[in-house]
Structures are given as structure tokens and as C-alpha cells.
Design a protein around this ligand. Structure first.
Ligand code: PGA
Length: 255
């Protein structure tokens, strides 16, 4: 199985249901290019409606987080069963905003990744170093540790379907993206962790870059050997900007 690029829009805590529908319809109307897969990750409140809006289109649905239990007394949480039920294919796990503002640990990320696979969802597992870690020369160590911890519960038969997003925290929402070359280097390190752990299946894992991806820099990331698409925040809220990124990501499958 070759690696088809994936461009996923992370809408974060933006868009009421009405606004989310308008954006989903605007994208679903477009004839999207072959050679790239597209996913939208709206807030929980808009998942069901956006799911219906995407029916008949090639765009997939994703959620931004989940809890690892299927059901139970966990007030305020959303389960993988509920996400499958509304038509999600993907779920973002371990986004740095969840790690930073909501105390998400590597152990929680590992449980969520395992549970997503267990319920037929594909996790988009986020890793990335903070600015002080980069400045201290600890990028590789931090990213490798997040990777090893995050995939601890992934079975050999599941690994090939995993998606990893390398998102340097200092690049998220700052307008200051990593260079294509440096992002590619860290994505290569991520792939070597995966290959060591899963063997040839590591080559099948799609590794996305995220952090201030725009229509202007998307092509630079798409050119890189180890980068298989993008996780896009801010620029995914505008259909024209997001479409430019989608078109830039098209390439023949690798791996
Ligand atoms: P950004 O966010 O594109 O707005 O930097 C990326 C993300 O947080 O996934």
C-alpha cells in the first residue's frame, strides 16, 4: 500500500454549526484532485451535520479528540463509539494544545491511539517540540520519546494505518513555519522510530507536517521525501486557502 498524501483541516474551537456547514458545503462542491485525501475535523457540535454535508463527496470526517473508553460515567467526554457513529474516519490525538492546556500526557495519548484503532478509527497522532526544547537542542530526543510512548499500544497489524503529525509547537498559529528541510529531517527521525518498532509497516505510515501551513508554503512541504501531507489549522477555516493547500499536496503515492 502506497502512502497517499492526506490534508486534514483542524478547525479547533471555531465555527458554529451553521458556519461549519457553509464551509463543508463550499469544499464538498469542489472537484478535488486525485492523488490527495482530504479530511475535515470540525468541533464536536458540528460533526453530525458536517457528516451529512459530506455524504457523496470524497472528503472524510475527523474529530479533534476523544476519550479512550467506549462509554461510561465520564461527564463531558466523547467516546470513539460516538465518533464512529457520526461517520468519523479520523481522530486527532495528542494535539499540542491538548497537551499544553488540558494536561494530556503521553500515557493518555497512547491509550487514545490504541482505543481509536480498537474502534475502527484512524488516529492522527501529534508530536512536536516546544521552543525551549528546540533551543536547548532537545528536539530529536523529545519527538522520539513522544513517538515511542504514543505507539506503545499499537499492534503490528495496525501500524500501517497510523497517521502521525509532526507539529513543532512554536510553529502552530504563529505564522512561523519550520523550513521544509528541517521538517523533513524530523519526519525522517519519526519514520526511523516507526521502522525500528514496526519493521516494514513503518514505511506505510503517513507523516504530516503541521504548523502555519499556508497556500504559499504548502508546496515546499509537499516536495519533501518524508512528508505525506499537512495538518492545517488557521488556513483550513477559509475554503480558498484550504483548497490551495490541497492542490499543492497532490503527488503520486510513495512508500
Ligand atoms: P496552524 O495550526 O495551521 O494554525 O498553525 C496547526 C494545528 O494546530 O494543527
Amino acid at each position: 500500500m502506497a502512502r497517499l498524501p492526506l490534508v486534514a483541516g483542524n478547525w479547533k474551537m471555531y465555527k458554529t454549526v451553521g458556519d461549519a456547514l457553509a464551509l463543508a458545503h463550499a469544499l464538498a462542491r469542489e472537484a478535488l484532485p486525485d492523488g490527495v485525501e482530504v479530511a475535515l475535523c470540525p468541533p464536536f457540535t458540528a460533526l453530525a451535520e458536517v457528516s451529512r454535508a459530506l455524504e457523496g463527496s470524497r472528503i472524510r470526517l475527523g474529530a479533534q479528540d476523544m476519550y479512550w473508553e467506549a462509554q461510561g460515567a465520564f461527564t463531558g467526554e466523547i467516546s470513539p463509539l460516538m465518533l464512529s457513529d457520526v461517520g468519523c474516519t479520523y481522530v486527532i490525538v495528542g494535539h499540542s494544545e491538548r497537551r499544553q492546556h488540558f494536561g494530556e500526557t503521553d500515557a493518555a495519548v497512547a491509550k487514545k491511539v490504541g482505543s481509536a484503532f480498537g474502534h475502527g478509527l484512524v488516529p492522527i497522532m501529534c508530536v512536536g517540540e516546544r521552543l525551549e526544547e528546540r533551543d536547548a537542542g532537545r528536539t530529536d530526543q523529545v519527538v522520539a520519546a513522544q513517538m515511542e510512548a504514543g505507539v506503545a499500544g499499537v499492534g503490528d497489524g495496525q501500524a500501517a494505518r497510523l497517521v502521525v503529525a509532526y507539529e513543532p509547537v512554536w510553529a502552530i498559529g504563529t505564522g512561523r513555519s519550520a523550513s521544509g528541510e528541517e521538517a523533513n529531517r524530523v519526519c525522517g527521525l519519526i519514520r526511523s522510530v516507526l521502522s525500528e518498532r514496526f519493521g516494514p509497516a513503518g514505511d506505510q505510515v503517513r507523516i504530516l507536517y503541521g504548523g502555519s501551513v499556508t497556500g504559499d508554503n504548502a508546496a515546499e512541504f509537499a516536495r519533501q521525501r518524508e512528508i505525506d501531507g499537512a495538518l492545517v489549522g488557521g488556513a483550513s477555516l477559509d475554503p480558498q486557502k484550504f483548497l490551495r493547500i490541497i492542490h499543492s499536496a497532490v503527488r503520486s503515492p510513495r512508500g
